[in-house]
Design a binder for this molecule. Structure first.
Ligand SMILES: [Zn+2]
Ligand SMILES: [Zn+2]
Length: 216
């Protein structure tokens, strides 16, 4: 299992990085990114601390740990600059908190994120066909999520991504130990979003390729 979208006490998660990564390793995860909610007030607080521990925790527990960030509720016009800043601070996986239907994320966030230097647009809600095509063109992954609330539009996201040829990844958006779902549950959520078994396997390969690309 790979989860490229997780939260610790650096935002609204329950665990510190050492415990989250330990629990993920024990649950059989091979790789994970820690992507706490960030804006311009806390990028420099969070990212250097994750960079400080990622490699050594990964080595200790036997999994790949990537320092990242989830650009969250950033005004759309500022997203590109935010992505540049977090890359400079050492974020390896840059997620942008997309237009989930369960929060008042600003309209235009999906598009601004897809025009910026990000890796994954998380829970993009009622993403349009044109935005899915832009994601495909820019090599940005869209997310199928096992997280409650955000998962309500998984079926729509899957349909848009498959029609546009956009890569999909499955993430847990884990905030607490119970959110680190089993491979079996992730598979069921993918099938529930309308993916075939083969398309689910492709999602797993997409996550693996993204990890490989980042480590190069
Ligand atoms: Zn989010
Ligand atoms: Zn999140």
């Amino acid at each position: 299992m790979i989860d490229l979208h997780t939260h610790t006490v650096y935002s609204d998660g329950e665990l510190i990085p050492a415990e989250l990564t330990r629990r993920a390793a024990v649950a059989g995860y091979r790789a994970m990114a820690i992507t706490d909610h960030g804006d311009f007030s806390n990028f420099d607080l969070i990212i250097p601390r994750l960079v400080r521990v990622a490699a050594e925790l990964g080595e200790a527990w036997g999994l790949t740990v990537l320092p990242g960030i989830e650009l969250t509720h950033i005004p759309p016009a500022m997203i590109a600059a935010a992505a540049r800043e977090v890359r400079a601070l050492g974020a390896k996986i840059v997620v942008c908190h997309g237009e989930t239907i369960v929060e008042p994320v600003a309209a235009g966030t999906n598009r601004a994120a897809l025009e910026a230097d990000i890796d994954i647009l998380s829970h993009p809600g009622l993403i349009t066909a044109a935005e899915a095509a832009l994601a495909a063109e820019r090599g940005i992954c869209l997310e199928i999520t096992t997280r409650k609330g955000h998962c309500l539009t998984n079926g729509h996201v899957a349909r848009m991504a498959l029609a546009a040829g956009t890569r999909l990844v499955i993430n847990n958006d884990a905030h607490a130990p119970g959110d680190l779902v089993s491979p079996e549950m992730a598979r069921k959520v993918a099938l529930g979003a309308g993916l075939t078994e083969e398309q689910y396997e492709q999602c797993r390969r997409n996550s693996e390729e993204l990890v490989k690309k980042v480590l190069k």
